[in-house]
Design a protein around this ligand. Structure first.
Ligand SMILES: Cc1ncc(COP(=O)(O)O)c(C=O)c1O
Length: 462
């Protein structure tokens, strides 16, 4: 026990030191995957190692290969950095080592998911009666919600997909925007619906689903099971579908509406941005992430469903040895997710919301958007640089030149260590892509980063 106590203090010191360095250390790792691998014994050692040796070897090999993605100048993908309360709660979660399958396994884990889930629905403007599954991320949430959708739309046509699978089932059509996130397609593969079930709807210039094109598409479909996949927050532009129009058109033909709101649904937490996701509350299911904009440590996402019975029918299971999984038990935990044993994610989400409060979440979302707008204004002012998207949320797309120049600037910015951003292809063009999702990103961070981009551009042009 003394060993454990000493080791935990040591680890806490190491974590604190790492995080204190985050704002000033270079963002890109010092070494690559093969360099880290070389530092580790190739052959499994025969003998046990003491705890302090394990921790020493682990940190010495891992730290040079860590990306400072938890820090304030990481703008790749859509990545949040955990806040102090969520990190602390997550460390407690590991220490308590609870299995959040059901109440018999951990009353606390289930209760915190209940309360955190209710707070999330309140913040995101979703129905109070909806069910919430705490999953690994938006990929898990999309898959979970679409499993519920699949069950329901087939059930309406007299088909029990849980019992009979998909062989011989009525064909399910999934109507989705041309700029949907790629995880939707993976979910459809996993669910046996297949990528060819997608009926693609034209996107607007900003990447939202074109509501008129949706109405035309739906009118042209034969009656049958239909799922409409909408989106709040395009991964490149941040654009949100017109969810009032989309949900109305979809519901007119009896479709299930799923909203992929991995990060964009957080707009609902800000009075100044809420209009972007108005109508979301009319949908049947929603995917949202904790590890993106709420800045909860990896991994954490939410699968929210307006129909708890459908959600549980599609996902839940039981077995004779599973204490607590009796008929009529209060649903929750493993009933709403595709896993059985899993991490107690409610603690960290609860800590995030308890620490921030309603106004804190609002400020977090607003601040990231303000930083994104600052990026856009300052970059747009550079010679030969143009921001190509409407910066409605936290995403910025930047044209610096042709494909080769863009790749060169991207590489130079990353190598500078000042900040990290990636590139994307948007409307056939390679562009730099910036996502501001970290609670700590400040005006100074943006200005330093703009300077680094300007220098990389000048060097690439030289
Ligand atoms: C709109 C959207 N959906 C889904 C995902 C996948 O999220 P995750 O990586 O949490 O599974 C992302 C990731 O950026 C996203 O932006």
């Amino acid at each position: 026990m003394d060993d454990l106590r000493a080791a935990l203090h040591d680890v806490a010191d190491r974590i604190a030191a790492y995080r204190e360095e985050l704002p000033t250390r270079q963002v890109v790792p010092e070494v690559g995957r093969s360099d880290v691998r070389r530092l580790l014994p190739e052959r499994l050692p025969d003998d046990p190692a003491p705890l302090d040796v394990v921790i020493d070897e682990l940190t010495a090999a891992a730290q040079p290969g860590l990306m400072a993605s938890a820090g304030p100048r990481y703008y790749g993908f859509v990545i949040g950095g955990s806040t102090a309360p969520t990190l602390a709660a997550d460390l407690l979660t590991s220490g308590w080592d609870q299995c959040a399958y059901n109440e018999a396994l951990s009353p606390a884990a289930l209760a915190f998911e209940d309360v955190a889930g209710a707070w999330l629905k309140d913040l995101l403007g979703l129905p109070r009666t909806a069910s919430v599954g705490f999953v690994t991320g938006a990929q898990g949430a999309n898959t979970t919600c679409l499993a519920a959708a699949r069950w329901q739309v087939l059930n309406r046509y007299g088909w029990d997909v849980g019992r009979d699978g998909l062989t011989g089932a009525p064909r399910v059509r999934v109507v989705a925007g041309a700029e949907r996130h790629a995880t939707i397609d993976r979910s459809l593969r996993l669910l046996g619906l297949g990528e060819s079930s997608v009926v693609e709807v034209l996107a607007t210039a900003q990447g939202a689903m074109d509501a008129e094109a949706l109405a035309t598409t739906l009118a042209g479909l034969e009656s049958g099971p239909i799922i409409v996949c909408a989106q709040a927050g395009n991964v490149n532009t941040g654009a949100c579908d017109d969810l009032i129009a989309v949900t109305a058109a979809a519901q007119a033909v009896g479709a299930w509406v799923h909203v992929d709101g991995a990060f964009g649904l957080w707009a609902a937490a800000s009075p100044s941005l809420r209009h972007l996701v108005r109508g979301a509350e009319n949908a049947d299911s929603w995917a949202c992430d904790g590890h993106k904009w709420l800045n909860v440590p990896y991994d954490c996402g939410y699968a929210v469903c307006a129909h708890p019975d459908v959600h549980a029918t599609a996902l839940a299971y039981t077995a004779s040895y599973l204490t607590g999984q009796v008929a009529g038990h209060e649903l929750g935990g493993g009933d709403f997710v595709p896993e059985s044993s899993r991490r107690a994610r409610g603690f960290a989400t609860w800590a995030a919301l308890r620490a921030l409060g309603r106004t804190g979440v609002e400020n977090l979302v607003d601040r990231c958007c303000a930083m994104a707008r600052r990026f856009a204004e300052r970059l747009d002012a550079l010679d030969g640089v143009e921001v190509v998207n409407e910066v409605v949320l936290n995403q910025v797309l930047v044209r610096v030149g042709d494909e080769a120049l863009t790749a060169d600037v991207e590489r130079r910015v990353q190598a500078s260590g000042t900040c990290w951003l990636g590139a994307t292809t948007w409307r056939g063009e390679r562009l730099l892509r910036i996502s501001v999702s970290n609670w700590a990103t400040s005006v100074d961070d943006v200005d330093l980063s703009v300077e680094a981009i300007a220098q990389a551009l000048a060097a690439a042009r030289a």
